[in-house]
Design a protein around this ligand. Structure first.
Ligand code: HEM
Length: 141
């Protein structure tokens, strides 16, 4: 991730913040459309989940300025995801739903360069979560 990519992710996410609720609706709608088998992993009532996801994304995007603090938090998030039944292959499905949501939410502001920046940043988050999951598994957690 270079400074320009960090800036693009932060400035584009700031545009999604005012429509966070709709963005979360779009995201989970798309996620369960791509892979309906994921639906039963989540609670029936998604209200809180939607808030938690947007809060965590907000913290992660802000945290790009301070990776030493962000990384342990994201590793722990990844370790908890093992307990939710999340497997490595699911991260690609979530990436697809996220990029689709950003495209819907941002329209023309979601330029190819902005999309590439999100691909890079999501890749870092997903890899860090997966690392957290594997080291927790290795430690027998
Ligand atoms: C960047 C990627 C992701 C972020 C930021 C994220 C964020 C979150 C957050 C904040 C929670 C609330 C609980 C907690 O903090 O432990 C959560 C729960 C959950 N996430 Fe994720 N997640 C990501 C990727 C995924 C993926 C790839 C899946 C696979 C389908 C997934 C499935 C779930 C499930 C099933 C729950 C638990 C729902 C429940 O039982 O309450 N997440 N996620």
């Amino acid at each position: 991730m270079n400074p320009r990519q960090k800036e693009l992710v932060q400035s584009s996410f700031a545009k999604v913040a005012p429509i966070a609720e709709q963005a979360a609706d779009l995201f989970y709608g798309r996620l369960f459309e791509i892979d309906p088998a994921l639906r039963p992993m989540f609670p029936e009532n998604m209200k809180e989940q939607k808030i938690k996801l947007m809060q965590m994304l907000t913290a992660a995007v802000k945290g790009l300025d301070n990776l030493e603090t962000l990384v342990p938090v994201v590793r722990q998030l990844g370790a908890r995801h093992t307990g939710y039944g999340v497997k490595e292959e699911h991260y690609g499905t979530v990436a697809a739903a996220l990029l689709w949501t950003l495209e819907k939410g941002l329209g023309e502001a979601f330029t190819p360069e902005t999309k590439e920046a999100w691909v890079v940043v999501y890749g870092i988050l997903a890899a860090t979560m997966q690392e957290g999951a594997s080291s927790a598994a290795a430690a027998g957690a």
